[in-house]
Design a protein around this ligand. Sequence first.
Ligand SMILES: [Zn+2]
Length: 161
Amino acid sequence: MKIYKLILLLIISPLILISQSNKKTGKMENEKIKKSDKEWKEILTPTQFKILREKGTERAFTGEFYDFHEKGTYSCAACGIKLFNSDSKFDSMCGWPSYFEPISKDAIEYHKDLSYGMSRIEVTCGKCGGHLGHVFDDGPPPTGKRYCINSGALKFEPFKK
Ligand SMILES: [Zn+2]
């Protein structure tokens, strides 16, 4: 009997290890994406690359979404994670799509940006680190925030009806 138990244990233990390592890879979904500029260039359009990877800013009132009112989800044009919901979008008249809150806390990262002689808070994608825009304190309730985002950093997907 003892030998059978030992054999059984030998068979089962690797299976347990495999199931545990599968659990670990399950968590990888939230992990950051890192790619070289060359790899990003293959995925992104030149405009998307300029904004997301080189912190470019599209000219005001030229982007796809500043005057766009469809209901749906806005995701990162580089890695596809959901960033904003149309319910938090508002007309800021600043020339870029504006939202009063991101879809989740993890979606966005914040960085102090002192470029161009201004003190601003840059917002980047929580997954791939791509530059999205800036957040300001002159937004509407309930948050009072204005996430001022480049259309070129976003992809829109309408809600399913
Ligand atoms: Zn991203």
